[in-house]
Design a protein around this ligand. Structure first.
Ligand SMILES: [Zn+2]
Ligand SMILES: [Zn+2]
Length: 358
């Protein structure tokens, strides 16, 4: 698919190839474009006839199952690594999970998860000293590598689905007081990376009843093919257990967008709030508005008295600016009072700018 690739803040060509190969359908298999972040081509296959829609839909349909298998595998990998039984491990520490599903531009889901390590009593209890972040990191990588789910892809054949190699593990250190603030931090961390729902993959937000409705949907051609593939696979006997038709508008993913284990102390309400806050912040950034939350939450460690009023001749410039603005406003007001009847007057803003520029 077309993708935006970046290295050290520089945008790289999408899929450069010196030999300019073409697929069997005569379409280029390379792309030299430096895609913009909002390029509608992003996530679209280079050739829709070559793209493996069946496997893409099967991935979405079973990704939730793969996640559940993963959460079951993590404790066994942990136990094996430390040579203890799973029962013994449960007496020493508690693992909890919160995950959010996100669609990539190409319409495949991936997960953002927080995996939390506590003492056996939960968030108020410290984990044993040997259970460190690097250990957890190793456990996550091993578990992610070994876990697979078997998916029927034909009358007598099956496909093994596993995680790809794009695994990014980052430590989130919460404060040692184990207070509520740290949960907020975890929630906003997850929300920051998980703000794209299915609509960002170019699909629709409601179930599609009939396959003939698919042709008239206002979606990208790529999303339409994903949806059609859900309908086609949903009719096959080997996919009987997967309600693909009901999930077609989700491009096959029928799992929950956010789940957490029972003991996880971040509530989904926290996550939703953090997600909403993040979206609002993004909107404010686009509109160039200040962030009210930021003003309230910035913690300044160290205040020093630097003096009061203007320093080093600043007063002169401040007074000059004040006079200019006052004059500009006055002239604008006067001009507004005598608007010519022919309607050729420039806008108030323009007049104000003209005066200030003089
Ligand atoms: Zn491209
Ligand atoms: Zn092709």
């Amino acid at each position: 698919v077309h993708g935006r690739r970046e290295k050290n803040g520089k945008v790289l060509p999408c899929r450069p190839r010196r030999d300019f190969p073409v697929c069997e359908h005569g379409r280029p298999e390379s792309c030299g474009t430096h895609h913009d972040r909002d390029d509608p081509q992003l996530g679209q296959p280079l050739c829709m006839d070559c793209y493996d829609y069946r496997n893409a839909v099967l991935w979405n349909a079973h990704a939730g199952r793969l996640w559940r298998e993963f959460t079951k595998t993590v404790p066994s990998v942990f136990a094996r690594l430390f040579g203890v039984s799973r029962t013994e491990l449960r007496r020493m520490l508690r693992l909890s999970y919160a995950k959010v599903a996100e669609y990539q531009a190409r319409g495949l889901v991936h997960f953002h998860a927080v995996i939390r390590l506590d003492g056996p009593e939960g968030p108020t209890d410290r984990p044993p000293d040997w259970a460190t972040v690097p250990m957890l990191d190793q456990v996550i990588r091993q578990a992610a590598q070994q876990v697979t789910v078997s998916v029927p892809d034909g009358p007598r054949s099956s496909l093994a689905l596993g995680w790809g190699d794009q695994l990014d593990v980052r430590p989130v250190y919460v404060s040692t007081e184990l207070d509520g603030v740290s949960d907020q931090r975890v929630a906003s961390y997850v929300a920051k990376y998980a703000t794209k729902g299915a609509e960002s993959a170019g699909t629709v937000d409601r179930p599609i009843r009939n396959v003939w409705d698919v042709t008239s949907l206002d979606v990208t051609e790529h999303a339409r093919r994903m949806i059609l593939t859900c309908f086609i696979l949903g009719d096959l006997p080997q996919c009987r257990d997967v309600p693909l038709r009901q999930w077609a508008h989700m491009l096959g993913y029928g799992g929950h967008f956010s789940t957490k284990s029972r003991h996880y102390s971040v509530t989904l309400g926290d996550l939703r709030q953090a997600r909403a806050d993040h979206r609002a912040a993004q909107a404010r950034a686009i509109l160039g508005l200040p962030d009210p939350a930021e003003r309230d939450t910035i913690t300044v460690q160290d205040w020093r008295y630097a003096g009061s009023g203007h320093r080093h001749g600043e007063a002169f410039w401040a007074e000059l600016a004040r006079q200019r603005i006052a004059t500009a406003r006055k002239i604008t007001r006067e001009r507004a009072e005598q608007v010519p009847a022919d309607g050729t007057s420039s806008s108030t803003d323009e007049q104000c700018r003209d005066v200030l520029a003089d």
